[in-house]
Design a protein around this ligand. Structure first.
Ligand code: NCD
Length: 431
């Protein structure tokens, strides 16, 4: 099976044709389609390495009323993703080889994106005893990232043991940084808006205290550490300083923290309730600058679909979390200066290459070059779109961007050469 991607803009290399054969890039240049090849007209489109998400809640097993591996990976493909890392807070929790293998198998059966399960750090995400990290790493799912996301590994002794353990096989702990004693009962960012609305606050220091502690722990044990969804200006400074000292630390930021602020809570619409919470203009500006600069390594969606009964209720009763997969690229481009002014190489680095490196997914995050797996995304930089929740591929509709016009559209996504999205639409037939 071969496909000729005709006349795409290749980052830093100008316009070229890319021939994809048997799942890999075969040739790049001025090419004519071989007999039997499909041709995709990429005039005016930018060819990116397929996007990689470090932080996706697929909800299966257990909450298939909110999302399934199939619908979540369809949303991923529409967003330009070729690989997603599935968070462990499913029901049952992904804390054994059996569960992670099941999630990986569901991903293969769906066929829309590679699904790399993340294993829990602690049994049942309870923060007490280490889960079977080695068994998950040795399993067919080959787990490399472990996270209790949704919960912080707040016991410093457990965190130390986890960092030591994964070091032996090149694994990574992805920390949800939230000191739980400082966020008890919290509903939104602690600040002027929470005071005005009378909602209990989630102080930024609850994140920063854990990030600072874990930088020191990782440095002490000589392990690497990754921080999920960082949300404050001070966290950026702690990570900047740690990197300058040579600590092996990486961090991700979510699109919503690059665009929205706690002012959105004035609506009392629970679609804006998320953990960590939306912060202030100052935090948004610091996160954008850190993303451009590379202090923040990657954009990760924290795609958190929720069923209507968990969101269409009053703020305090609603679950935190918002959709992200289908809007992440647009918001990243906007946050980096817009389609005309952003550095597209930086977009590729933060949404694809860096997350693929962090997740140890060598087949992903590779620019088109002969021999590389053809995990690729074609983007139209000149087309914008309006977010209509009912038109999203996700089973849930809790997007905070409903009705917003966003820049750039994903025209095609190729997973090992096979189109999962063409002309901006899902290809329904998969193998
Ligand atoms: C996450 C979810 O829904 O699984 N929600 C969120 O707001 N990010 C888990 C969590 O981090 O609370």
């Amino acid at each position: 099976m071969s496909t000729l991607i005709k006349g795409a803009d290749l980052l830093g290399r100008g316009r070229a044709d890319v021939l994809v054969r048997d799942g890999r890039v075969a040739e790049i240049g001025t090419l004519t389609a071989p007999a039997g090849a499909e041709t995709v007209d990429a005039d005016g489109l930018i060819l990116l390495p397929g996007l990689v998400d470090l932080h996706t809640h697929l909800r299966e097993p257990g909450r298939e009323d909110a999302e399934t591996v199939l619908t979540g990976t369809q949303a991923a493909a529409k967003g330009g993703y070729t690989a997603v890392c599935a968070m462990a807070n499913s029901y049952p929790v992904a804390d054994t080889a059996g569960v992670v293998e099941q999630v990986a198998a569901l991903g293969r059966a769906a066929g829309y994106a590679d699904v790399q399960p993340i294993g829990a750090v602690s049994i049942g995400l309870a923060g007490e005893r280490l889960a079977e990290l080695g068994a998950m790493a040795d399993s067919a799912a080959r787990v490399r990232i472990f996270s209790d996301d949704g919960h912080c590994v707040h016991d410093p002794r457990l965190m130390r043991r986890a960092l030591e353990y994964v070091k032996t096989f090149g694994g990574l702990i992805a920390q949800h940084a939230e000191e739980p004693r400082l966020t008890e009962g919290a509903e939104m960012n602690e600040g002027a808006v929470s005071a005005e609305l009378g909602l209990p606050g989630w102080p930024s220091v609850a994140e920063e205290a854990i990030v600072a502690r874990d930088v020191l722990l990782a440095e002490y044990v000589g392990s690497r550490v990754h921080f999920c969804h960082i949300s404050t200006a001070r966290t950026v400074e702690i990570i900047r300083e740690a990197k300058a000292r040579g600590v092996d630390v990486t961090a991700e930021v979510c699109p919503h923290h690059l665009l929205l602020t706690d002012e959105a809570a004035h609506s009392y619409d629970p679609v804006f309730k998320v953990n960590p919470p939306l912060r202030t203009d100052r935090d948004v500006a610091a996160l954008r600058a850190a993303l451009a600069e590379g202090v923040v390594d990657a954009v990760a969606t924290d795609h958190a679909p929720h069923a209507p009964q968990d969101k269409d209720c009053e703020w305090a009763a609603a679950r935190p979390g918002m959709l992200g997969l289908e809007t992440a690229l647009s918001i990243t481009v906007a946050a980096l200066g817009g389609p005309e002014d952003c550095d597209w190489d930086t977009v590729a680095e933060r949404t694809s290459r860096a997350p693929a490196r962090i997740a140890s997914l060598p087949g992903h995050g590779r620019d088109p070059e002969p021999g590389a797996e053809a995990n690729l995304t074609l983007v139209d930089p000149s087309e914008s779109w309006t977010v209509v929740p009912s038109e999203l591929a996700s089973l849930s509709q809790n997007t905070p961007y409903a009705g917003m016009e966003l820049p750039v559209t994903v025209q095609a996504t190729f997973l090992r050469g096979r189109a999962t999205v063409l002309d901006g639409k899902l290809v329904e037939e998969t193998e």
